[in-house]
Design a protein. Sequence first.
Length: 229
Amino acid sequence: MKGQKVVRWLQSGYPHFKEENGLPAWVVPDHSFVRITNELGGESIMELSQPLRFAEGIEELIDKAPDPETVPSEVWQMAIKLWPAHSQVKPVVDICLEAAASILRQFQSGQLKVDPVVVCRGMAVFGCAPFVPGGRHITEELASILEGNANEPAGLLKRYVEAVTNADIGMVRRVDDCIAKYGQWVEWARIFLRQTRDFPYTTKPIGVTPPISAEIIGVLAEMIQGGTG
């Protein structure tokens, strides 16, 4: 029952999260997010939260909390705006979408010189660590390796993607060795990748094509070929 309420809270807050962070409607559309969270279920979501202790005290809070559908829009909006990492969400999402296109192209053409599992683990950590309280230390260490700024997570992710696509094996290995020192992040990434692998269908990060560009056309062509091959 608590797991179901976790799903309902996520689904109720997601549209406000997107709006307040300036994410366009076509990035993981609301109906896709509902389908994904329903398919995962509360237990899997809670399992993913455990290595990083996201859910500490969540059961007590859920017991006391009202139904998420009754929370006014202005309360959601204010809570999101007060979140310190609020301004960093859209830049990181933008880089993730760009990175997915370039890395997918290299992978499908056989030009990717790095273990895809290592790349997925690295991108997952770069995409999550700057947004959680327990991620500051690893973010600072990764920033030092990449000679970047821990307060600019999108820039760090871009530097990492450049190392991957430029086949800078030494840099990619240093990043992965750094992540390996943090057992909780290794375990979190393991669960994340397992849940992604075991998901019953392939999710897409976009629901409707944004303004047409050569980059988007190339990605869509690869998706179509992958689905018909």
